[in-house]
Each structure stands twice: as C-alpha cells, then as structure tokens.
Ligand binder design. Structure first.
Ligand code: MN
Length: 284
C-alpha cells in the first residue's frame, strides 16, 4: 500500500487533468457534423462466392477479417451469393459448421451495419433463421437498387445468359416447394452430407477451367446486353463465375463481377460519384 499510494494519487491527478481537457466537448461538437458527412460518403462493400465450408481455411479466416474490416468502414455490406458452400434451414436445425462466420456476421449486424445476402446456387435456401436470428436481409431473387448512387442490378448469376438449360431444369426442381419441404424433413446431418456430395466445390472448380471461362463469357455477354437494353441501369453486379472482372462497355456504365474467395480474395467498393473499385484483400 505504502508504495502504491503515491502512484494512485498521481494517477488520480492525471485522470482529473484529462477530464478537464476540452477533448470531449470538442469531439462532441465536431464529430456530430463530420459524422453526417462521413455516413453519406461511406462506401458499400460487396463480395460473393466465399463458399464458406469448402474454401481454403486461410481464405475463410481472411474473409472473417474482411467482414470485420468492412463493418468498421462501410455503410453496408452485400454478399452476392454462395456465401456458404451450403446452407439449409431444416425442421430440426440449420446447416452445421458455419458458426464462426455466423458469429462474425452477427457482430457486424449488432454494430449497426445492414447486411444483405443474395441467395446463390449454393445457399438459395436461406430463410427465417438468417433473417430473424442473424438479422440480415436475405434475397432469393435478383433486385434493382440504388447502391451509393449507382442504379444497380444485383444478381448472383446462376441461370442467367444463354445455355445451361439442363442446370435450369434441375434448379427449378431443387427449388420447388415440394423438394424444399421434403429436404427440410431430413435430419440435419443427412441433409448436409447429401449436399456436400453434390457441391464438390474444390474438385468442380479445379477441373473445369474451360467451363469457368465459358460461364464467365456468357455472364459478361448477358450483362453487357442487359446494360444496353435497360438504359436506367448504371451497373450490373454479378458473382458466380469466380472470376473477378470489371468492364465499362459504355462510359459510366459498368459490369462488375466480384470474383470469389475460393481462389481469390476479391471484393468491390461502391462510392457515390466514383467508378466501382474491384480490389484484392491480399494486396491491401
Ligand atoms: Mn454460384
């Protein structure tokens, strides 16, 4: 005590001194004004195709850090499909193994950042759990929205463009209310294992470079045509191809593909009156 007392007195004096400093009132006045300005110009962060559960663990970890970063600087976050390598809400539970990701999303939502997840071909079956327990907006169809001043068509990209007729029929079957209900009755572990067999993310993407090229070209052509025939659009934002890409077919009008986190760690930043930026998290 004898030795600690002088230190405590000193500490008390210091804290009183700090409290007398005009730091707090100054921040109070200035920050309220600058806060509004910052909010208005805060960017929107966009990523897609994380395939959490099948991407390399180091990439998954990097994505969690990206979410944390985005939540601290962005006005909102959009994840444009295939966030999960698989997601389903069964009668008796939800797909397992995504807890670290769900926790990170929850903490971003709790800090006041609105998060939108567009259902992709791997996680289209989102529902009440994501909306009510995690607190995100879950979309199961493409939307046109004003994003940071850009009139934007947001779609994951599966089933768009020419070809893929077989896949489209399969998709319609998988998404039918009957299939969905039937699948929801399965025990969680059984459903998840079936989905894992079908998904095969790593093998599928490793062995299909050509397929990936074709898909990327088809979606690019579709996006350019969509911009040409919908004059109100400034931006078409897709994912699904796992190929990060920016194109400006006409001045000030863009097609942006946010790429993926399986092979890349790519994401998009949208700001008012700025062209979309496609970035690499590894080069930050
Ligand atoms: Mn996809």
């Amino acid at each position: 005590m004898r030795t600690a007392a002088p230190f405590l007195v000193k500490y008390q004096n210091l804290s009183l001194y700090l409290r007398r400093m005009p730091l707090v009132p100054l921040l109070g006045v200035d920050s309220s004004r600058s806060f509004r300005a910052v909010t208005k110009t805060k960017p929107l962060y966009i990523a897609s195709d994380v395939h959490y559960g099948a991407a390399p663990p180091s990439h998954q970890e990097a994505f969690l850090r990206w979410l944390e970063h985005a939540a601290s600087v962005a006005s909102g976050i959009i994840i444009n499909g295939d966030l999960f390598d698989f997601w389903f809400e069964y009668q008796w539970g939800t797909t397992r193994g995504n807890e670290p990701l769900l926790e990170q999303i929850r903490s971003a939502v709790d800090s006041g950042i609105p998060i939108t997840l567009m259902g992709g071909n791997h996680d289209w079956w989102g529902g009440r759990y994501l909306r009510e327990e995690i607190g995100i907006e879950f979309l199961d169809h493409p939307v046109t929205r004003d994003l940071a001043g850009h009139c934007t068509l947001v779609a994951h990209g599966d089933g768009l463009g020419t070809g893929d007729a077989g896949y489209r029929a399969f998709r319609a079957l998988l998404r039918s209310p009957y299939a969905r209900f039937g699948f929801s009755m399965l025990p969680v572990r059984a459903g998840d294992s079936i989905a894992k067999c079908v998904s095969n993310t790593k093998e599928r993407w490793d062995n299909r470079e050509d397929d990936q090229d074709t898909r990327s070209n088809v979606l690019e052509a579709w996006a350019v045509e969509t911009l040409r025939s919908n004059r109100e659009l400034d931006l078409v934002l897709l994912g699904h191809t796992h190929r990060p890409l920016v194109r400006e077919p006409e001045p000030g009008r863009w097609y942006v593909n946010s790429g993926d986190w399986v092979f890349h760690q790519s994401y998009v930043i949208l700001e008012e009156s700025e062209p979309p930026q496609l970035l690499d998290w590894r080069k930050r």
